[in-house]
Design a protein around this ligand. Structure first.
Ligand SMILES: Cc1cc2nc3c(=O)[nH]c(=O)nc-3n(C[C@H](O)[C@H](O)[C@H](O)COP(=O)(O)O)c2cc1C
Length: 446
């Protein structure tokens, strides 16, 4: 018997007792069919509970179309079923014990919402302006690499969904579709995320190509260095026996196979050119000097140099402290993304929602701040906005939608986030995004 059935049986016993109580007997509350059902003999109860078990099983089952999803988490098992094990490992992995992945999510449970009443919420305005562009919502798609590993639609499917639903999309440096094609599919500009590599000219060329294609912003990711310990990925690779030659030609091992130290470094550098040859943003570039996609030599001098090179907005992604936020502003950066790479970089156990306040202190209102990591509910978006974020991003959920159902899955994920955000805005008495302020939340003591 399942826990749900046990719970139901206890509840039913209680209702049955009420039903036979002289106080309730004859009351219209339990009149008719419901009273009959509750007072029925065990045979019927078995029947009824069997029906409940069945319902439980049904609700545990994996969705087979996007419209069956009740929340964005419903896409996770559907994607896991659809995506090959090693690719799933790449999507799901954190580092070490994956505890920072969980911490990101858990962080939101320590912020409570203070709902105001008696506000006319007939009309809700979710729009938000970022760098002078008005968006339907503050919900943005964080960059995710290699999305064709999840579904043939890849980044083009994500871009089309972003177009249909009107969302800002950030494109990974290691995208499996070119920025030109993605912008065409999006029907408008996307922001280009940048892994500059260890070779200045290569990073610079990616910036110039993105600018020419129409990207209004470059997002320098600074939180991921070579050698992060992605054990979940390594374990998934061990059980994946496919000959996946279309996506993994021999050579680059990247984060692969649980190697560490010198072995990983030399294996990675020997294959890096081959890896980059399959990534469209490196097409036509001389990558002979690239030994490392995830450069370990980045510092504030590099940021200054990049600032002088980038003609559009420059953001840094991966800032989690007040000190670095201050330095970023001092170095002329136009915006920040509070992120720990979805818990995929280092095991800090620190949720990004808890880093957000100190980063906001560091920027002192001078530049917009976006946050991502563990955002799975409209209420999470609401909380991040209340704490001061300009916009809120997410990575895995749109990739779950993509992996499970292609473009339609991404659209459904976006729609759920939008619906949930509107719902909590209504319930909390906030008629526009600007009205979601600090007063709307309170931090729960642990
Ligand atoms: C499979 C995968 C690939 C990612 N690739 C990139 C990338 O290429 N560049 C980058 O800056 N961040 C990358 N990220 C991090 C995301 O942009 C984002 O910070 C993170 O996914 C947010 O956490 P969430 O997955 O809990 O929403 C990736 C994340 C995942 C899950």
């Amino acid at each position: 018997m399942s826990a749900a059935s046990d719970q139901f049986r206890t509840r039913r016993k209680f209702l049955k007792m009420l039903c036979t109580s002289p106080l309730i007997a004859g009351s219209s509350i339990l009149a008719g069919g419901l009273a009959d059902l509750l007072c029925a003999e065990p045979l019927e109860e078995k029947h009824f509970l069997g029906w409940l078990d069945n319902l439980q099983q049904q609700s545990d089952s994996i969705i087979s179309s996007p419209d069956q999803a009740l929340d964005v988490m419903d896409f996770e098992p559907a994607a896991r079923k659809a995506i090959p094990p090693a690719h799933w490992g790449y999507l799901a992995t954190g580092v070490d014990d994956d505890a920072t992945v969980r911490a990101n999510r858990d962080g939101y449970s320590h912020v409570q919402i203070r709902a105001r009443r008696l506000v006319d919420v007939t009309s809700i305005d979710t729009s938000r302006t970022i760098f002078g562009t008005q968006w339907d919502t503050p919900i943005v798609l964080s960059p995710v690499g290699s999305q064709k590993a999840f579904h043939p639609d890849g980044e083009l499917g994500v871009a089309r969904a972003a177009r249909t639903k009107g969302h800002l999309m950030m494109l990974s440096t290691v995208t499996t579709a070119s920025i030109e094609d993605v912008i065409a599919a999006r029907g408008g500009p996307v922001w280009q995320q940048l892994y500059p590599t260890n070779a200045w000219e290569v990073g610079r060329a990616i910036v110039k190509r993105a600018e020419s294609a129409g990207a209004p912003a470059i997002v320098l990711t600074v939180d991921l260095l070579e050698g992060s310990n992605r054990e979940t990925l390594f374990r998934a690779q061990r059980v994946d026996t496919r000959q996946c030659s279309t996506c993994h030609k021999s050579g680059y091992t990247g984060f692969a196979r649980g190697r560490s130290g010198a072995a990983a470094t030399s294996a990675a550098s020997s294959g890096v050119a081959q890896y980059l040859s399959r990534k469209p943003m490196f097409d036509g570039l001389d990558v002979s000097k690239v030994t490392n996609l995830l450069a370990s030599n980045l510092n504030w001098d590099f940021v200054k140099r990049l600032r002088d090179t980038v003609r559009v907005k420059l953001l840094i992604k991966g800032i989690v402290t007040r000190e670095d936020a201050q330095l970023a502003v001092e170095n002329g950066v136009d915006g920040l993304i509070v992120s720990n790479h979805g818990g995929r970089a280092e095991e800090t156990l620190r949720p990004t929602i808890e880093s957000l306040p100190e980063v906001l202190e560091g920027v002192a209102g001078k530049v917009p701040v976006i946050v991502d990591g563990g955002v799975r509910r409209g209420t999470d978006i609401f909380k991040a906005l209340a704490l001061g974020a300009t916009a809120v991003g997410f990575g895995r959920p749109h990739s779950w939608g993509l992996g499970a159902f292609g473009q339609a899955g991404v659209e459904a994920v976006l729609e759920i986030y939008r619906r949930e955000l509107r719902t909590i805005m209504r319930q909390a008495g906030t008629t526009s995004v600007d009205k979601i302020t600090h007063d709307c939340v309170i931090r729960r003591l642990r």
